[in-house]
Design a protein around this ligand. Structure first.
Ligand code: ATP
Ligand code: MG
Length: 560
């Protein structure tokens, strides 16, 4: 085996085998098939990267197919959000397809099945049909309608389509085998009556095809060569193939269903039903709440598409389900942000600092590098004055030898500026420190070339000038769930593990260069972490969401 072959995953091996056995490259076509009944999440990102990644690897088209066969749960809002998310991740689909575009073709094929004696209208209740299905260890019972005359089946099916029957009164079933070992082959339902308006076909239809009948036939219509789905569909493959056997034109590409493991992530849930519950019960502010594991939530939290794609590639595709630690995504994210995020200064918990020997009313502009990892990012100017804010945690009256920040009698450098020495401090009646008084060394200015400017002191602090700083609202997040596997407990519901303190809003002071920051702009607040401008920002109020810390504080917390 050569190096290139070793790096192939099992899905790529399937394709390579097909290519080796006569399948031609120009016949390859893939699809990503979301159901528009919710927003995409991190699990979908894996499937997107798999399918579009194959498209890139083999230079083959990838369709974006909306599996919109259930009007009860699907909406245009979700279609729009899904398109936005796939594009944002950096992928381009070949065709935008909808299963609903195939409703007429699917109906026509169903009529063919009926005419060939391979489908029948069953007029029993859902309960009766379920009971007759049998169990994995006992065979099913034939429906009393199984041998209904073909003409009668056609008449009833047409009436169902024409809206002459109530929801739930009849279904169309494939006539396969009520004693099949695979229960899905026991005369599966392929159509149901549903008097509901569909977000695309409006009231054209009141019968809707079931997933199994729709999916493979849609793949076939689009000439998708490889149809990848998650493991729970492994048992459905037999049915997928049975349906194709009934219709296939052997001169066309026969789609192949193969399965891979659904991705689960620690400290969160990725089921649309559960995410919907969080939205509907107001636990979060919406599908794009920055605490949500949705693509739109991650975007609003400041994650980069590059980091999500890199993460999906790193974890790859598996044959068996397991839980992936989300801190791996944070690691990938930090690595990317470190390279691309401009550095700025922002003080989250302000403490007043006055430089007693700096002239009142004097101001100057200090030059600051935008990103020491990237020289092309250039520099900017930051205003400095006598009255500053520093971070509360950066000053202590007394600190031990390991406290390299500011303490009485000690020295630190103000980032991009001067060396200061803490001389005294003021306290309120409760003993809280309200101001630190310092002196500065006028010759120590960074970059000025003097001997003093090169003098090394142990600590460097970020700061903002009180007069020039902008007030900003900053949202700090903790994990949404207190348990590493919130939906992995038999005796408890995932909602039992909601962290009631997952959001904190504070007022921070940031340097004035941020006045021109736009929604989605990402920054490193030096020493404090990565932050992104939120859509709630306005001209009068900047709002930042904290993306992540500079280091992996989670794993430290978990270990303690
Ligand atoms: P959910 O359980 O979140 O509702 P779903 O499978 O019903 O997920 P779809 O919209 O049908 O959601 O999914 C579109 C595609 O994404 C499918 O091919 C599905 O298998 C895949 N997918 C969904 N969730 C995951 C996941 N956690 N890991 C990998 N692939 C996933
Ligand atoms: Mg689904």
């Amino acid at each position: 085996m050569n190096e290139a072959e070793k790096s192939l995953n099992f899905i790529e091996h399937i394709i390579e085998d097909d290519l080796a056995n006569g399948f031609t490259k120009d016949q390859l076509r893939f699809r990503f098939p979301p159901e528009p009944n919710g927003y995409l999440h991190m699990g979908h990102a894996s499937s997107i990267c798999l399918n579009f990644g194959l498209g890139n690897r083999y230079n083959a088209p990838v369709n974006l197919r909306f599996d919109d066969t259930n009007p009860a749960k699907e909406e245009q809002e979700y279609v729009d959000a899904i398109k936005k998310d796939v594009s944002w991740l950096g992928f381009q689909w070949d065709k935008e397809c909808y299963a609903s575009d195939y409703f007429q073709q699917l109906y026509d094929w169903a009529v063919v099945l009926i005419k060939e004696g391979k489908a029948y209208v069953d007029s029993q209740t859902a309960e009766a049909i379920a009971t007759q299905k049998g169990t994995p260890t006992s065979v099913g019972i034939n429906s009393p309608f199984r041998d209904r005359a073909i003409t009668e089946n056609i008449r009833l099916f047409e009436e169902m389509k024409a809206g002459k029957h109530e929801s739930g009164t009849h279904v169309l079933r494939a006539k396969i085998d009520m004693s099949a070992p695979n229960m899905l082959m026991r005369d599966p339902i392929i159509y149901r009556i549903l008097h509901k308006t569909h977000h695309r076909t409006q009231n054209d239809w009141c019968i809707y095809p079931m997933y199994d009948w729709t999916h493979g036939e849609s793949d076939y219509l689009e000439q998708v060569s490889h149809s990848f789905c998650t493991l729970e569909f492994a048992m459905h493959r037999e049915l997928y193939d049975w349906f194709l056997d009934q219709l296939i034109d052997p001169s066309l590409v026969r789609p192949k269903q193969r399965e891979f493991a659904r991705r689960n992530f620690s400290h969160t849930v990725v089921s649309k039903r559960k995410l919907m519950q969080l939205v509907e019960q107001g636990v979060v502010s919406g599908w794009d709440d920055p605490r949500m594991p949705t693509i739109s939530g991650l975007r609003r939290r400041g994650y980069t598409p590059e980091s999500i794609v890199a993460f999906a590639k790193t974890i790859g595709i598996a044959k068996r389900e397991n839980v992936v630690d989300v801190s791996l995504l944070d690691f990938t994210l930090r690595e990317h942000l470190n390279r691309v995020a401009p550095r700025v200064m922002g003080v989250l918990n302000p403490l007043k600092l006055v430089i007693t020997n700096y002239p009142e009313g004097q101001e100057e502009l200090l030059v600051a590098e935008n990103n020491q990892e990237d020289e092309s990012a250039g520099t900017r100017e930051v205003p400095f004055s006598k009255h500053l804010f520093i971070e509360q945690e950066d000053f202590k009256e007394e600190g031990n030898r390991k406290f390299f920040r500011l303490k009485l009698g000690g020295e630190v450098r103000l980032k991009n500026g001067y060396i200061i020495k803490a001389e005294s401090c003021t306290k309120d009646p409760n003993g809280n420190i309200t101001e630190v008084q310092c002196t500065y060394d006028p010759l120590s200015k960074s970059g000025s070339g003097t001997e003093e400017s090169l003098r090394k002191v142990k600590g460097t602090l970020h700061w903002v000038s009180q007069k020039h700083a902008l007030k900003a609202k900053v949202r700090l997040y903790d994990r949404l769930f207190t348990d590493p596997t919130p939906d992995g407990h038999k005796d408890k519901d995932f909602m039992d593990f909601i962290n009631s303190n997952s959001l904190e809003e504070i007022t921070a002071y940031v340097e004035p260069s941020l006045a021109s920051a736009q929604e989605g702009d990402r920054f490193q607040f030096q020493r404090m972490g990565y932050f992104v401008v939120d859509k709630d920002s306005s001209s009068s109020q900047l709002v930042f969401n904290k993306t992540t810390g500079l280091r992996d504080t989670w794993s430290k917390l978990d270990a303690s």
